[in-house]
Design a protein around this ligand. Structure first.
Ligand code: HEC
Length: 109
Protein backbone atom coordinates (compact mmCIF):
# COMPACT_ATOMS: atom_id res chain seq x y z
CA UNK A 1 0.00 0.00 0.00
CA UNK A 2 2.56 2.63 1.08
CA UNK A 3 4.95 1.35 -1.53
CA UNK A 4 2.30 1.92 -4.21
CA UNK A 5 1.72 5.47 -3.04
CA UNK A 6 5.45 6.16 -2.98
CA UNK A 7 5.90 4.78 -6.48
CA UNK A 8 2.99 6.89 -7.76
CA UNK A 9 4.49 10.02 -6.22
CA UNK A 10 7.88 9.28 -7.71
CA UNK A 11 6.21 8.91 -11.11
CA UNK A 12 4.39 12.23 -10.78
CA UNK A 13 7.49 14.04 -9.63
CA UNK A 14 9.35 12.93 -12.73
CA UNK A 15 6.61 14.36 -14.94
CA UNK A 16 5.40 13.03 -18.26
CA UNK A 17 8.55 13.96 -20.15
CA UNK A 18 10.39 10.87 -18.94
CA UNK A 19 10.44 7.90 -21.24
CA UNK A 20 9.49 4.89 -19.09
CA UNK A 21 11.52 2.56 -21.29
CA UNK A 22 14.64 4.70 -21.43
CA UNK A 23 16.80 2.25 -19.52
CA UNK A 24 15.04 -0.92 -20.65
CA UNK A 25 17.61 -3.08 -22.46
CA UNK A 26 14.88 -4.63 -24.63
CA UNK A 27 13.46 -1.32 -25.79
CA UNK A 28 15.85 -0.86 -28.70
CA UNK A 29 15.09 -4.31 -30.11
CA UNK A 30 11.30 -4.06 -29.63
CA UNK A 31 11.26 -0.47 -30.85
CA UNK A 32 13.19 -1.30 -34.01
CA UNK A 33 10.84 -4.20 -34.80
CA UNK A 34 7.73 -2.05 -34.20
CA UNK A 35 9.19 0.75 -36.26
CA UNK A 36 9.84 -1.58 -39.17
CA UNK A 37 6.28 -2.92 -39.19
CA UNK A 38 4.38 0.32 -38.44
CA UNK A 39 6.45 3.29 -39.55
CA UNK A 40 9.12 2.27 -42.08
CA UNK A 41 6.81 2.33 -45.11
CA UNK A 42 6.68 6.13 -44.77
CA UNK A 43 9.74 7.04 -42.74
CA UNK A 44 12.13 4.49 -44.27
CA UNK A 45 13.76 1.42 -42.73
CA UNK A 46 16.60 3.64 -41.46
CA UNK A 47 14.13 6.36 -40.30
CA UNK A 48 15.66 8.79 -42.77
CA UNK A 49 12.38 9.40 -44.52
CA UNK A 50 10.58 8.24 -47.67
CA UNK A 51 7.13 9.88 -47.83
CA UNK A 52 7.39 11.02 -44.24
CA UNK A 53 10.14 13.26 -42.84
CA UNK A 54 13.59 12.14 -41.67
CA UNK A 55 13.13 11.20 -38.00
CA UNK A 56 16.80 10.83 -37.13
CA UNK A 57 17.21 14.61 -36.99
CA UNK A 58 14.39 15.15 -34.47
CA UNK A 59 16.69 14.98 -31.48
CA UNK A 60 19.11 17.46 -33.03
CA UNK A 61 16.11 19.74 -33.41
CA UNK A 62 15.60 19.44 -29.65
CA UNK A 63 12.47 17.33 -29.68
CA UNK A 64 11.74 15.53 -26.43
CA UNK A 65 10.64 11.89 -26.25
CA UNK A 66 7.38 13.13 -24.77
CA UNK A 67 6.62 15.39 -27.71
CA UNK A 68 7.44 12.62 -30.18
CA UNK A 69 5.26 10.22 -28.19
CA UNK A 70 2.30 12.62 -28.45
CA UNK A 71 2.84 13.12 -32.20
CA UNK A 72 2.85 9.39 -32.80
CA UNK A 73 -0.14 8.79 -30.52
CA UNK A 74 -2.28 11.50 -32.13
CA UNK A 75 -0.87 11.61 -35.66
CA UNK A 76 -0.55 14.87 -37.56
CA UNK A 77 -4.01 16.09 -38.63
CA UNK A 78 -4.17 17.12 -42.26
CA UNK A 79 -1.21 14.95 -43.26
CA UNK A 80 -0.78 11.26 -43.99
CA UNK A 81 0.83 10.74 -40.58
CA UNK A 82 -1.70 8.43 -38.86
CA UNK A 83 -2.63 8.30 -35.18
CA UNK A 84 -0.95 5.13 -33.93
CA UNK A 85 -2.87 2.20 -32.52
CA UNK A 86 0.25 0.72 -30.94
CA UNK A 87 0.40 0.25 -27.17
CA UNK A 88 1.98 3.13 -25.21
CA UNK A 89 4.82 0.82 -24.30
CA UNK A 90 5.63 0.16 -27.94
CA UNK A 91 5.61 3.84 -28.84
CA UNK A 92 8.04 4.59 -26.01
CA UNK A 93 10.23 1.74 -27.27
CA UNK A 94 10.21 3.26 -30.76
CA UNK A 95 11.39 6.60 -29.42
CA UNK A 96 14.20 4.83 -27.55
CA UNK A 97 15.35 2.94 -30.64
CA UNK A 98 15.10 5.97 -32.93
CA UNK A 99 16.98 8.10 -30.43
CA UNK A 100 19.66 5.43 -30.16
CA UNK A 101 20.02 5.37 -33.93
CA UNK A 102 20.35 9.13 -33.93
CA UNK A 103 23.05 9.08 -31.28
CA UNK A 104 25.03 6.40 -33.08
CA UNK A 105 24.83 8.19 -36.42
CA UNK A 106 25.96 11.46 -34.98
CA UNK A 107 28.49 9.84 -32.65
CA UNK A 108 27.09 11.77 -29.73
CA UNK A 109 27.05 8.87 -27.29
C1 HEC B 1 1.25 6.68 -43.94
C2 HEC B 1 2.58 7.24 -43.73
C3 HEC B 1 3.13 7.34 -42.33
C4 HEC B 1 3.21 6.35 -41.36
C5 HEC B 1 2.75 4.89 -41.45
C6 HEC B 1 3.87 6.96 -40.22
N1 HEC B 1 4.17 8.26 -40.48
FE1 HEC B 1 5.07 9.58 -39.21
N2 HEC B 1 4.76 11.10 -40.54
C7 HEC B 1 4.26 10.95 -41.82
C8 HEC B 1 4.19 12.27 -42.45
C9 HEC B 1 3.69 12.57 -43.88
C10 HEC B 1 4.65 13.20 -41.48
C11 HEC B 1 4.78 14.74 -41.64
C12 HEC B 1 3.54 15.36 -41.09
C13 HEC B 1 3.56 16.86 -41.23
O1 HEC B 1 3.10 17.34 -42.27
O2 HEC B 1 4.05 17.52 -40.30
C14 HEC B 1 5.01 12.43 -40.29
C15 HEC B 1 5.52 12.98 -39.13
C16 HEC B 1 6.00 12.24 -38.07
C17 HEC B 1 6.64 12.81 -36.90
C18 HEC B 1 6.84 14.29 -36.61
C19 HEC B 1 8.14 14.74 -37.25
C20 HEC B 1 8.51 16.15 -36.79
O3 HEC B 1 9.31 16.76 -37.52
O4 HEC B 1 8.04 16.60 -35.75
C21 HEC B 1 7.02 11.76 -36.11
C22 HEC B 1 7.74 11.83 -34.78
C23 HEC B 1 6.59 10.55 -36.78
N3 HEC B 1 5.99 10.88 -37.96
C24 HEC B 1 6.82 9.28 -36.28
C25 HEC B 1 6.19 8.14 -36.79
C26 HEC B 1 6.26 6.84 -36.14
C27 HEC B 1 7.06 6.52 -34.88
C28 HEC B 1 5.47 6.00 -36.89
C29 HEC B 1 5.14 4.56 -36.59
C30 HEC B 1 4.42 4.30 -35.36
C31 HEC B 1 4.96 6.78 -38.02
N4 HEC B 1 5.43 8.06 -37.91
C32 HEC B 1 4.16 6.27 -39.04
C33 HEC B 1 3.85 9.77 -42.42
C34 HEC B 1 3.73 8.55 -41.76
Amino acid sequence: MWITILVLFAGLAQGPARNPRESDPNAIRTGTARFQSSCAECHGIDAKGVFGPDLTTLWTAGSSDDRIFQTVRRGVPGSSMPASRLADDDIWAITVSACDKHLREHRVA
